[in-house]
Design a protein around this ligand. Structure first.
Ligand code: GRF
Length: 227
């Protein structure tokens, strides 16, 4: 997937909010832990703090309501993203559903991080829903994006225990640094050209992955061990 044009793999990031996942990516690049170049940060919220994390030349934002319809906004977003010539497009807290045309255009190189152990808790309020269900474990997933919300093939997951007395906020706060590590490790596989999607399945090093990779405590991704 990585282009053979020389230079570092190019990564476009879509974000709507504070951008802590984006910052984890930027920090990993700066530390030499991730061989990639962020080609732009793209937002549906011109006031998003995420945008401030990169120089102005790398920022693109627009208000969806300034466009006649969803397709028109998506087309403008897609054109801006494409113009940055990304090898991979990563949704890091991008809170707007991407239309079919956008997903098709970036098919196979479009990843999202979602704060639940997919397929559990697609959509919003994942931490509260995990607590309400009495789950012993919670986590985050990185998956390929398909038109259906949070439904694409899951590449990797990190699990944390739910502790007695957890509230959605404490659970979210404990998960966030692990989510960041998951994102960096997974993007590391993607930008190294080791990850692909084919027929709704994840392929790692050319082999089909039958269950998501699991992040270990050292921050490495390993095949899930089933006990
Ligand atoms: C993350 O928990 C992500 O999984 C979810 O929204 C949150 C975004 O956080 N989709 P940030 O903007 O990266 O700080």
């Amino acid at each position: 997937m990585t282009r053979a044009t020389g230079g570092k793999p190019r990564l476009a990031v879509l974000a709507s909010g504070r951008g802590s996942n984006l910052q984890a990516v930027l920090d990993a690049i700066a530390a030499g832990h991730l061989q990639a170049e962020v080609t732009g940060v793209f937002s549906d919220r011109p006031g998003a703090p995420a945008l401030e994390r990169v120089p102005p030349t790398l920022r693109w934002s627009a208000r969806p309501r300034a466009y006649p319809d969803r397709a028109a906004f998506d087309a403008a977003l897609a054109a801006a993203v494409e113009a940055s010539r990304p090898d991979w497009v990563f949704c890091a807290g991008y809170m707007r559903i991407l239309g079919d045309a956008f997903v098709r255009q970036f098919d196979g190189r479009l990843l999202n991080v979602h704060p639940s152990l997919l397929p559990r808790y697609k959509g919003l309020h994942t931490h509260a829903r995990a607590l309400e269900a009495g789950d012993a474990e919670h986590g985050a997933s990185v998956h390929f994006v398909v038109p259906e919300l949070d439904a694409g093939a899951v590449v990797s997951q990190v699990r944390i225990p739910v502790l007695p007395g957890d509230a959605p906020e404490t659970l979210a706060a404990r998960l966030l640094p692990r989510e960041h590590a998951l994102v960096v490790a997974t993007l590391g596989l993607a930008t190294a050209g080791r990850l692909a999607e084919q027929g709704g399945q994840v392929r790692l090093d050319g082999q089909t992955l039958f269950s998501p990779l699991a992040l270990d405590s050292a921050g490495s991704l390993r095949p899930e061990s089933r006990s």
